[in-house]
Design a protein around this ligand. Structure first.
Ligand code: MG
Length: 133
């Protein structure tokens, strides 16, 4: 949870729930060869991240257009925004399914992430680099 009203981000450890139901739903639609499920979902997640990055690149390029050009034909921008939303969904599906393939509880993964961020904030290490700061 964030509170940027004071120009300061406040990260709290929160209880995550609801991802398990989504994880189970994603698994019901998993139709790939399960023998290579860990590799399939890992590569799928990376592929979808690339698709998201490509759409953002295209949006940035459109951002360099003159305003009058965008308003002359706004449809390409709207189509890209819709595509971005769909690709982010694909990314999420692979994330959920990767949790399943590696035997992780999606709620627990999210919980650990928020706890890590809250700890970093408490220690003043939110900014910086490195996994173990
Ligand atoms: Mg996709």
């Amino acid at each position: 949870m964030t509170d940027e009203n004071q120009g300061q981000v406040v990260v709290e450890a929160i209880i995550v729930s609801g991802l398990i139901a989504m994880q189970e739903q994603a698994n019901k639609t998993a139709v790939y060869p399960k023998a290579n499920g860990r590799v399939y979902t890992t590569m799928g997640l990376a592929g979808e991240a690339g698709e998201v990055a490509n759409i953002v690149k295209k949006l940035m390029l459109r951002g360099d257009m003159k305003v009058e050009d965008i308003f002359a034909d706004p449809q390409p921008i709207l189509n890209l925004a819709e595509s971005l939303a769909k690709e982010m969904g694909d990314l999420f599906w692979y994330w959920l399914q990767m949790c399943t393939e590696f035997g992780f509880n999606a709620d627990k993964i999210a919980q650990l992430m928020f706890e890590k961020l809250a700890d970093r904030q408490e220690r003043g290490t939110l900014k910086g680099s490195g996994d173990n700061r």
